[in-house]
Design a protein around this ligand. Structure first.
Ligand SMILES: Nc1ncnc2c1ncn2[C@@H]1O[C@H](COP(=O)(O)OP(=O)(O)OP(=O)(O)O)[C@@H](O)[C@H]1O
Ligand SMILES: [Mg+2]
Length: 251
C-alpha cells in the first residue's frame, strides 16, 4: 500500500493566456507537514483550490489515497477526509463560538441516525467540541459572539471549525494573514496542534513560521514547482534564493 495521501499528476490550470499552474507533479506523503512557498502570483492558492475541488477546470489528475478525485466537488472531497480553510474567514459572526462549533459538528452527524444511536453520538460530539475549544484556546470565550472577538481568536475559531470534522488532510491558505504580532506564536502552536496525526499543506508568507513548522518545503514560481526539500535544503538552494532576491522576507 502506498502512503501517498494526495497526488498531483500533470496538473495545469490556465486563466485565458495565463498558465497559473504549469504541469505540477507532486506526491504528498501521509502524515507529513508540507509548506508551500513562492512569490505572489506563483500559483499556490490555485494549486490548493485544485486539491480542494474549488478549481475543477484543470488538466491532469488529483488522486487521494490512490483514487482519482479530479471531478469531485469540495463537499465530496471532504468525505475523502480533505479539509480546507480559506483566506477569508467563514465563521458565522452573529453566533457564539459554541454555536459555530455545534454547526460544524452537526455536518458530521447523520440526520438519519436512530435516537438511541444519536444520543451516544451527540455525547461524543459534545466531547469533540470541548476538546476543540481547548485546542483553540477558546474555552473561556465559548459564549462570546464570534464576530466580536479579536481577529486572531476568529482565525483560531475558523481553524477549529475546519479541524472539527477530523479531516485526514488539512489544506491551509495563509492562516496567519492579518494576525497581530503578539498572536503569532499562539497561532503557530495552534497550527502545529492541528497538524498532529494529519497530512498538512500550509501556505504561509511568514518564513520563520513555515520553516519551523514544515518537514518538507515545496517552492513554486510561475506555476511550477521549482524546488523541494527540507527547510535547510530549500534555504540553501541557489534558485530559491535568487527568486526571493528583493523580496521582503527571504527564506
Ligand atoms: N480566477 C482567476 N482568474 C484569472 N486569473 C487568476 C485567477 N485566480 C488566480 N489568477 C492568477 O493566477 C496566478 C496565480 O495566482 P494564485 O492566487 O494562485 O497565486 P499565489 O501564489 O497564491 O499568490 P499570493 O501569494 O499573492 O496569494 C496569478 O497571476 C493570479 O493573478
Ligand atoms: Mg494565494
Amino acid at each position: 500500500m502506498s502512503n501517498i495521501a494526495l497526488q498531483c499528476s500533470h496538473v495545469s490550470v490556465s486563466f485565458g493566456a495565463l498558465k497559473a499552474i504549469d504541469d505540477v507533479n507532486y506526491d504528498f506523503e501521509a502524515g507529513r507537514m508540507y509548506g508551500l512557498i513562492g512569490p505572489n502570483g506563483a500559483g499556490k492558492t490555485t494549486l490548493l483550490n485544485v486539491l480542494a475541488g474549488r478549481q475543477l477546470q484543470h488538466d491532469g489528475m488529483v488522486l487521494c489515497e490512490g483514487q482519482d478525485i479530479s471531478a469531485l466537488m469540495p463537499y465530496q472531497r471532504a468525505r475523502h477526509g480533505i479539509g480546507r480553510s480559506f483566506q477569508i474567514t467563514k465563521i458565522y459572526p452573529d453566533m457564539t463560538v459554541l454555536e459555530n462549533l455545534r454547526i460544524a459538528a452537526q455536518i458530521k452527524r447523520s440526520r438519519f441516525l436512530p435516537f438511541w444511536v444519536a444520543s451516544g453520538y451527540d455525547r461524543r460530539l459534545t466531547s469533540d467540541i470541548d476538546s476543540m475549544l481547548e485546542m483553540t484556546g477558546l474555552t473561556a470565550h465559548r459564549n462570546e459572539i464570534a464576530g466580536s472577538m479579536s481577529y486572531g481568536l476568529q482565525r483560531a475559531l475558523e481553524l477549529g471549525l475546519t479541524v472539527l470534522p477530523d479531516p485526514r488532510i488539512l489544506l491551509l491558505d495563509e492562516p496567519l494573514a492579518g494576525i497581530g504580532h503578539h498572536e503569532i506564536d499562539t497561532a503557530t502552536r495552534l497550527i502545529q496542534a492541528a497538524a498532529a496525526g494529519r497530512t498538512m499543506l500550509l501556505i504561509e508568507h511568514n518564513m520563520d513560521v513555515i520553516m519551523s513548522l514544515s518537514e518538507q518545503i515545496v517552492v513554486m514560481s510561475n506555476g511550477r514547482v521549482i524546488a523541494q526539500g527540507t527547510p535547510d535544503q530549500v534555504k540553501a538552494d541557489a534558485t530559491v534564493r535568487s527568486i526571493y532576491l528583493g523580496e521582503d522576507s527571504p527564506p
